[in-house]
Write a protein that binds this ligand. Structure first.
Ligand code: 5GP
Ligand code: ZN
Length: 105
């Protein structure tokens, strides 16, 4: 068993309010939303951060990024939304499993 919160969410060991999942990616509501809509998009595969990605993650990163506008649309964010990827301690990263914030509303 892992102590990574997002790996445990991906494995279904911890609950989350999922809005999307497939064999590679999961998206769910942030537990402490910074806005009316605040989603997190994560890969099922554990990657510490964006700084730990390489060419082997290129397709996965593209897929995660392309999911953001789709989910924003689904959540009714017609006028736009914000995306953020915190990387490393100095980048404000708290959970060291790669994730994209999708914020709006
Ligand atoms: P970051 O690492 O990008 O700075 O922030 C991690 C984000 O994950 C925070 O916005 C925090 O509210 C969210 N978060 C931390 N633990 C959980 C959890 O157990 N479930 C959910 N849904 N979100 C979490
Ligand atoms: Zn993890």
């Amino acid at each position: 068993m892992t102590d990574c919160i997002f790996c445990r969410i991906a494995a279904g060991e911890l609950p989350s309010r999922k809005v999307y999942e497939d064999d590679e990616i999961l998206a769910f509501h942030d537990i402490h939303p910074a806005a009316p809509v605040h989603l997190l998009i994560i890969p099922r595969q554990h990657v510490d951060s964006l700084a730990h990605c390489d060419a082997s993650h290129q397709a996965l990163l593209g897929k995660m990024l392309l999911l953001a506008p789709r989910l924003a649309q689904d959540m009714g964010l017609k006028d736009g939304f914000k995306t953020a990827i915190h990387t490393g301690v100095a980048g404000g990263q708290v959970v060291f499993h790669l994730h994209i914030h999708v914020i709006g509303g």
